[in-house]
Write a protein of this length. Structure first.
Length: 182
């Protein structure tokens, strides 16, 4: 059976047995997660995130890149267009993991520099090879971004692909005291 047929069969089963109707666009947990595209680290499975619980941005490494920041800004506009807001009372979680494929890109400094929007000399500061250090770097990058609402509780986690265990590396703390974009 080809992949598309398999997936459509699984969707049929979802529609019949598990589809929760009436979900809202704004996540019930008021949570945004930035995680990696790695097929082993889907938050729905490893953290039990249910449909409608959280908005999840996935990219290579689960990194806080300029593009990820832009997406967060867009998501806030989307929420505001619906009459709500995003910031105070919300969690913003950076989720990295062990054995991340981004560590295989050491021979691609130009690619990585473009990805992070930095000069190649600054790549060492992005801690590509150490998920614990990288999650700390990325929480700091979120806190340094003036584009984001201040009220978020920002935290950093690392998932171990060998044990299935997720560790809180950076405890939740306020992105900034103020809750409006400065
Ligand atoms: Zn990864």
């Amino acid at each position: 059976m080809d992949t598309i047929t398999t997936l459509i069969e699984r969707n049929d089963d979802f529609v019949e047995n598990r589809f929760p109707s009436g979900l809202k666009l704004v996540p019930t947990l008021k949570t945004l997660i930035i995680g990696c595209v790695d097929p082993r680290v889907d938050a729905a499975h490893i953290l039990g995130v249910q449909l409608g619980d959280a908005a999840i941005i996935r990219n290579v490494g689960g990194r806080v890149t300029p593009a990820a920041i832009e997406e967060l800004v867009m998501l806030r506009k989307v929420t505001q267009a619906g009459g709500g807001d995003m910031g105070a009372g919300w969690d913003l979680i950076v989720l990295h993991h062990t054995q991340c494929g981004i560590t295989r890109l050491g021979a691609e400094p130009a690619l990585l520099a473009t990805y992070f929007g930095v000069d190649q000399q600054e790549l060492a500061g992005k801690a590509i090879n150490d998920p614990h250090e990288a999650v700390t770097v990325d929480v700091a990058a979120l806190k340094a971004s003036s584009s984001l609402a201040g009220g978020f509780l920002v935290s950093g986690m690392v998932y171990d692909v060998e044990t299935g265990r997720t560790e809180v590396v950076v405890a939740p703390s306020l992105l900034r005291e103020e809750t409006t974009v400065g």
